[in-house]
Ligand binder design. Structure first.
Ligand code: MLT
Length: 266
């Protein structure tokens, strides 16, 4: 485990293994535990960094608004602190929005990009307004209502019906998420920029992964992202929803493993 300070904010950065670096950036409103299968699989061969973003997990909160650029700056700061030059940046959903900002601002730190279940489009004005309203609600009433609503969006129906321990643990992560951290991220999500222009300028090897039943970032939209990034590979994960790396770790790890073999650099 590593703790890193960015200014006076302490980030909790589970950090395992040695070798070329793989940075795993979680989605909203989760923490590093969503990557448990990838941490276990890849820490034998790579240096796996799986931070809790500011405001989530065991990291400190910065209230107000935390933008996708802010989170990307945190990722660059933690690489500096750990003296890691280049990473394969793997982000899911909000982690993907952060990956786009990282690719924009720190292109020379990237050995490769893995985009899981994410979107390049910004929020519509209505979606942004809903996020503002949700931020106010979470601050007033806590995160339980959010957890209830998110569960149906995150997982494929069959995964939810399986009633696995993993499902319960993700629900617990959301219920335990701290309202100020969640609200700050919601405001940042509402303000996130359009990343479509950036796609054609991405010059590093890229792998795009999406669950067949992803209700938040549907396969067609992710295929369009892959088509717009020069040379990108695309994996459709059968039977998975928005949480493909957690729901179907075997095909996801096979694709990530093959990608790392080719592109991860010490
Ligand atoms: C996520 O999984 O990170 C969120 O669902 C992203 C979003 O709400 O846009």
């Amino acid at each position: 485990m590593t703790e890193i300070y960015v200014g006076d904010v302490r980030l909790h950065v589970p950090n395992q293994g040695f070798g070329p670096a793989l940075l795993l950036v979680h989605g909203f409103p989760l923490d590093h535990t969503m990557w448990r299968h990838q941490i276990r699989q890849f820490a034998g061969k790579y240096k796996v960094l799986a931070p809790d973003l500011r405001g989530f997990g065991a990291s400190d909160i910065s209230p107000g608004t935390v933008t996708m650029e802010d989170y990307a700056d945190d990722m660059a700061a933690l690489l500096d602190a750990l003296r890691v030059d280049k990473v394969v940046f793997c982000g899911l959903s909000m982690g993907g929005y952060i990956a786009f900002q990282f690719a924009k601002h720190y292109p020379d730190r990237l050995a490769g990009l893995i985009l899981c279940d994410t979107r390049a489009v910004p929020d519509t004005p209505e979606a942004a307004q809903n996020r503002e309203a949700l931020a106010a609600k979470v601050l007033k009433e806590g995160t339980s209502a959010l957890a209830e609503d998110m569960m149906k969006k995150l997982f494929a129906p069959a995964t939810l019906e399986s009633g696995s321990d993993e499902i319960a643990s993700i629900r617990a992560v959301m219920e335990n998420a701290r309202p100020e951290g969640v609200a700050a991220a919601l405001r940042g999500l509402a303000a996130r920029p359009d990343s479509r222009e950036l796609l054609g300028q991405i010059e590093v090897p890229t792998l795009v992964i999406v669950g067949e039943h992803d209700a938040i970032s549907p396969p067609d939209e992710m295929k369009a992202i892959a088509d717009a990034i020069p040379g990108a590979e695309f994996l459709l994960v059968e039977g998975a929803g928005h949480m493909a790396p957690l729901e179907k770790p075997e095909p996801v790890n096979a694709a990530i493993g093959a990608f790392l073999e080719k592109h991860a650099k010490a």
